[in-house]
Design a protein around this ligand. Structure first.
Ligand code: HEC
Ligand code: HEC
Ligand code: HEC
Length: 460
């Protein structure tokens, strides 16, 4: 190729680049903001900072987009940033909560903290074009103080030591308030095969309490030997999850317990009337139940009792919880190094709060493809949150599982694709944080995770 031809090619490329930058600039420059912090509570101030830094624009589902966001080409960078941004962090519910003056979940707090501390947000191009979006030091201070305040509301009753009060995770309580009479009945129902159509399956079949609340299978085996399409998470500490199931379709334990008895693959109980008839055959149980629930074995009462029992299935006093409460020697130096690695690798950005997860739904494979590289796992439901919300943008988002007792709850992930905790940790680091961890880091991380094994308060 002649020199002039090469020059022409370079010039053309440079021109295209300049044009691209101008288009992006035009797209972003219209979104203007002022960096005035309004008077008012910390929440009001934080809300303003999150708005003005563009966080709300790129990280909520229905942002108030400027007019040109509908113009093809001009909108390309915005559309792509919003779609990528939403994958990493969906703050739609958070924005509503801030407005309503409700505390934010632990995961969102960790994410916002990370974004401000690391200075990675808003993205460079957005900042260049829209320089006012770069948070000022006063704005950073507002966010820092607000996060500390929010965490204190959340961990107020956790007995966390003063020096750990602003950590992204905290201890679970020693007990959750329950009605002991209902717990007793719920325990019987949880272990009763009368809930299933042919009297062979109970909740405990798939969630045996003496095996950390899991069946140890890749996917669960239900009635008549049928296998389900997703791994069974543990029931232990499930009370601390914001919602239940991998896709969050149940708001709480009561609602969740209504699912399996009617599920044809799990218990196939027929109808709640049929279940009531089977349970009534036990005259002693029936009388005891009516004494507490005068209307007897209705769906509402059965699920209420089971949920009450599940609230006692918690594991306080794990070594790490004792450490957080101030017992320096409760965990090994290796586990301490593991906790530092946990934060350095950004695991805490998702596995946050008292349950080390359970609060939000996260895209599986944020930083490296997970699904195409995975070994064959057979028939698995990979859809995730979308199967509940019907919003395509929720595809492959799964409830972040709790990490409490994780050394006992293999196999891991919604597909049960590995039973090796070290491998699960490596996969997480690679696909969620984009880092390949050293062997030492993996060992320390695993040691730390083992310090999350607590003591079950309920005997099985
Ligand atoms: C112009 C759109 C845009 C704006 C404005 C923006 N983000 Fe982001 N955000 C993104 C994109 C794109 C990503 C994904 C970056 C990547 O792939 O690493 C992201 C990623 C994130 C992540 C995940 C980080 C991680 O490593 O897991 C967090 C947390 C986050 N943003 C918070 C914020 C906060 C807080 C603000 C306001 C200060 C903000 N973002 C402003 C587009 C935006
Ligand atoms: C055949 C096996 C099976 C039976 C029987 C069964 N479960 Fe499950 N359980 C599962 C599977 C699989 C999931 C995950 C399903 C999903 O997320 O779509 C699950 C999820 C749960 C969860 C949600 C945990 C979380 O972190 O989201 C709870 C709680 C639970 N089951 C309690 C119960 C109770 C109570 C019963 C009895 C009424 C019961 N299960 C019966 C297999 C079973
Ligand atoms: C972007 C959010 C996010 C980050 C960051 C993250 N995780 Fe996860 N983690 C998840 C989700 C979501 C799952 C469930 C994924 C699935 O089942 O497909 C999960 C699952 C796990 C599991 C398996 C638990 C079980 O019971 O199945 C372990 C162990 C784990 N993560 C550890 C870590 C460690 C260690 C790190 C840091 C190196 C980390 N995670 C970083 C969201 C995250």
């Amino acid at each position: 190729m002649r020199l002039s031809a090469i020059m022409k090619k370079v010039a053309r490329k440079a021109l295209l680049l300049v044009a691209a930058i101008i288009i992006v600039a035009a797209a972003y420059s219209v979104i203007s903001g002022t960096s005035n912090i309004p008077e008012g509570s910390l929440s009001v101030k934080a809300q303003a900072v999150l708005n003005e830094s563009g966080c709300v624009l790129c990280h909520t589902k229905n942002p108030q987009l400027p007019f040109y966001a509908k113009i093809p080409l001009l909108n390309a960078p915005i559309v792509s940033d919003i779609s990528r941004g939403l994958k990493c962090f969906d703050m739609t519910a958070d924005v509503e909560n801030i407005k309503a003056n409700k505390p934010l979940n632990a995961t969102s707090l960790s994410k916002i903290e990370y974004a401000f501390d690391s200075g990675t947000m808003p993205p460079m191009l957005f900042k260049v074009v829209h320089w006012k979006s770069q948070p000022t030091s006063a704005e950073r201070a507002v966010i820092k103080a607000w996060i500390a305040q929010q965490r204190k509301i959340r961990n107020a009753h956790s007995a966390v030591a003063e020096k750990f009060v602003n950590e992204p995770v905290w201890p679970i309580p020693q007990a959750v308030k329950t009605d002991p009479r209902k717990v007793e009945l719920g325990k019987i129902l949880y272990h009763s095969t009368a809930l299933s159509g042919d009297g062979t399956v109970s909740c405990a079949t798939c969630h045996p309490i003496d095996k950390a609340g899991v069946d140890g299978l890749r996917t669960s085996k239900g009635i008549r030997g049928q296998y389900g399409a997703i791994n069974a998470p543990t029931v232990i500490n499930a009370v601390f999850n914001a919602r239940q199931f991998w896709n969050g379709r149940a708001a709480n334990l009561e609602e969740q317990a209504g699912g399996p008895p009617m599920n044809p693959v799990e218990m196939d109980g027929g109808s709640w009337d049929a279940i009531a008839k089977r349970l009534e055959k036990d005259a002693k149980l029936s009388a005891a139940f009516k004494a507490v629930y005068p209307k007897g074995f209705t769906q509402e009462n059965i699920t209420d009792a089971i949920a009450e029992y599940e609230k006692t299935l918690i594991t306080p006093d794990s070594p790490f919880d004792r450490y957080l409460r101030g017992d320096e020697n409760a965990i090994s130096p290796q586990a301490k190094a593991g906790y530092e690695a946990f934060k350095a690798y950004n695991c805490h950005v998702c596995h946050a709060g008292q349950n080390f997860g359970g609060q939000t739904f996260e895209y599986m494979g944020l930083r490296a493809d997970y699904f195409n590289k995975r070994k064959d796992v057979g028939n698995i439901d990979d859809s995730g949150l979308v199967s509940f919300t019907k919003d395509e943008r929720d595809t492959h988002k799964f409830k972040t599982p709790t990490l409490r007792n994780v050394e006992l709850t293999a196999p891991y992930f919604h597909d049960g694709s590995t039973s090796d905790l070290s491998e699960a940790v490596k996969i997480m680091a690679e696909v969620q944080t984009g880092k390949v961890p050293s062997d030492t880091d993996v060992k320390n991380l695993v040691e730390f995770l083992k310090s999350l094994t607590g003591k079950l308060t309920q005997a099985k």
